[in-house]
Design a protein around this ligand. Structure first.
Ligand SMILES: [Zn+2]
Ligand SMILES: [Zn+2]
Length: 396
């Protein structure tokens, strides 16, 4: 029987194993779509455990543990890619690859999921259902989650819920964070090309000034968040780049705006993109210009499922107690591709936070920075939560 006490005890006993794996991956970080060494390491470890596994999405790994009794299937995800950062931590196991670093701690995710796999595999006869292991490549760049889904990782057997966590050094090891509902924003990039008519700067009436039109567009799109959605809906429209013109006395023919639209959930995502397009085209038309709008679909973000998140919260409380579980209030306008595993919210999912801090300055350098380091005691708690959520969701 997999009780919280047994899970925590066994996860702690796996601490040395996970630390060794984590340091190995940390010393040999690989960028998205190039995780060949990391992939080989994961395949080797899973094979040594006797777990069925295969490459997926080129440089990822899909594993499956079949429980001793029939039941549901849960998907557990760890991303495995590193970032283009030169490590400056001075740690003995610091990156040996110049200009590449596990600065987002995905080495911690991979190691803790391997630990959880070992733990769960040893108890597979007690589990009612299956555990799928998603070692996902390329979270930081183009998105390996969707590619794993496209290759069928959610089918045969069909996955009923998906779970993952991200390391946080703002939370101490032995603690967890959880946010109900809106968690990570969906992201859409845009390119707007405003087509006017070039002319001499002294005679604007003989042309159509795309800089003036584009300026109105920059202001107008801000009304999408302030006037067109409820104040309680979290959305952002940012124009991050505005390019036009060559000289002070020439009205150019074109202006190009680039930016990003952030929102939560498939419905609001579509609504924001539709309103954006309509508004931009309408403003341009009303001023005698034309706007070409290209919207580039990026990550779907994450909206946590209420019922499944409640189960995860209970799992957390069983392991570490109520006072070590923080229910978070503010969604992250950053993005994540874990949502791809939730297939437009048709599969319940939960994305949480694993504590990897120690409360001291060494561990509170921000992720994506060259000094990022984590408290490895968090590995056992991350692995324990993967296992506890699995035991609670599948039943025994
Ligand atoms: Zn990151
Ligand atoms: Zn990350």
């Amino acid at each position: 029987m997999l009780t919280p006490e047994i899970i925590l005890q066994e996860a702690k006993a796996l601490s040395d194993y996970m630390t060794e794996i984590r340091r190995d991956i940390h010393a040999h970080p690989e960028l998205g779509r190039r995780e060949t060494r990391t992939q080989a390491l994961i395949l080797r470890e899973l094979e040594a455990m006797g777990i069925e596994c295969q490459p997926c999405a080129d440089t990822g790994v899909l594993g499956i543990i079949r429980g001793g009794k029939p039941g549901k299937t849960i998907g557990l995800r760890a991303d495995i890619d590193a970032l283009p950062v030169q490590e400056e931590t001075g740690l003995p196991f610091a990156s040996q690859n110049a200009g590449v670093m596990h600065a987002c701690g995905h080495d911690l995710h991979a190691a803790s999921l391997l630990g959880a796999a070992k733990l769960l595999n040893a108890h597979k006869d007690e589990l009612a259902g299956n555990v799928k292991l998603f070692f996902q490549p390329d979270e930081e760049d183009q998105g390996g989650a969707q590619r794993m889904v496209d290759e069928g990782c959610l089918e045969n057997p069909q996955v009923d819920a998906v779970f993952c966590g991200h390391n946080s050094t703002g939370t101490r090891a032995g603690e967890y964070g959880l946010k109900y509902g809106d968690c990570y924003a969906a992201s859409n990039g845009f390119i707007v090309t405003v087509k006017g008519k070039g002319c001499h700067g002294a005679y604007p009436a003989s042309g159509i000034d795309p800089i003036v039109v584009a300026s109105q567009i920059v202001s107008a799109v801000q009304t999408l968040s302030s006037r067109r959605v409820y104040a309680t809906d979290s959305v952002v429209v940012t124009v991050g780049s505005f390019h036009s013109g060559t000289a002070g006395n020439i009205i150019p023919a074109e202006a190009v705006l680039r930016g990003t639209i952030r929102s939560f959930g498939p419905e609001m995502r579509k609504k924001m993109c539709d309103m954006f397009r309509e508004l931009v085209e309408g403003v341009a038309r009303s001023m005698g210009a034309e706007a070409d709008v290209t919207i580039i679909e990026s990550y779907p973000g994450v909206v946590n499922h209420d019922g499944f998140s409640a189960l995860v919260e209970q799992s957390m409380v069983k392991l570490v107690g109520r006072d070590k579980v923080e229910i978070q209030r503010i969604p992250n306008m950053g993005t994540e591709d874990f949502g791809a595993f939730m297939k437009n919210l048709t599969i319940p999912g939960c994305y949480c936070e694993f504590g990897f801090g120690d409360g001291r300055v060494e561990c509170i350098h921000p992720a994506h920075g060259c000094y990022y380091r984590a408290n490895e005691e968090g590995l056992s708690y991350a692995a324990a939560l993967f296992a506890q959520v699995t035991a609670d969701f599948l039943g025994q």
